[in-house]
Design a protein around this ligand. Sequence first.
Ligand code: PMP
Length: 307
Amino acid sequence: MKKFTFATDASFAYFQGISMKIFLDGKFCNERDAKISVFDHGLLYGDGVFEGIRAYNGRVFKLKEHIDRLFYSAKAILLEIPMSHAEVMKATIATIKANKLRDCYVRLLVTRGVGTLGLNPRSCKRPSVIIIAGKIQVYPAELYARGMEIVTVPTVRNLHSAVNPAIKSLNYLNNILAKIEANNAGVEEAVMLNAEGFVSECTADNLFIIKNGILQTPPNSAGALYGITRNTVMELAEPLEIKVTEPNLTRYDLFNADECFLTGTGAEIMPVIKIDGRLIGNGKPGAITQKLVQAYRALTQVSGEPI
Ligand code: PMP
């Protein structure tokens, strides 16, 4: 398969406009010119994979981990990314630089590419790599101070034997349906259960509870994404001497938790104070949650791949 090459310096020199610079198949182009074909199977079938990455204070946070996961997702759907791991890392940093950003959100997509109207991916000769660096505000700032109310929803998490939830694929309908159900219930986020009725995760975030000082999060086998923020929080818990376990959790466990929070690259750590009408703890963001928020924020400011 033909590999992309991209000339970062040439692209910088060429594009002096004010619009966002998008990395598209090895080149930078202006936002208005960043177009893909209506025959791209990413559009026709949601056939592709993606990552959401964050940069803080001039560093890309957990970049290697995100690109690792991108390649794992691609491998799972037999999608050959037409760039090496190192090239994707370099292109991600170059895209942030091209937009003169230091604190931003990066959306990295690999689509199956242009094919015929039939779904057979064999008709798609070359996957497309798209990198967008911009801003994100997942939730309003006051929610972080107050804590969020969430609900469980009827749509269950995809089965491992169907579309494995570990794959960060461009087909997010499972999550979108749950998000709509959360919106219909008047809240911002949904807890999704798996087909067995155990808690799996939220629509775009992993979920944690704290009970008697122990941090608990559903195992990946319950249908939770291998969340990078989830992993980071588990690592941060160790020096804080907070014990971490990964048991199967039920709604009962959530209702009777002392504390609860969500984790995600976009959302970071969001305290949860009410689930299905049940107040969590005293209805305020908990002490351990706040400790982890502080530790997480501190880490994001000092670690990561320099831009
Ligand atoms: N679960 C789902 C379904 C997600 O899409 C995401 C990413 N937004 C997460 C969890 C959190 O993963 P990460 O911490 O790696 O962003």
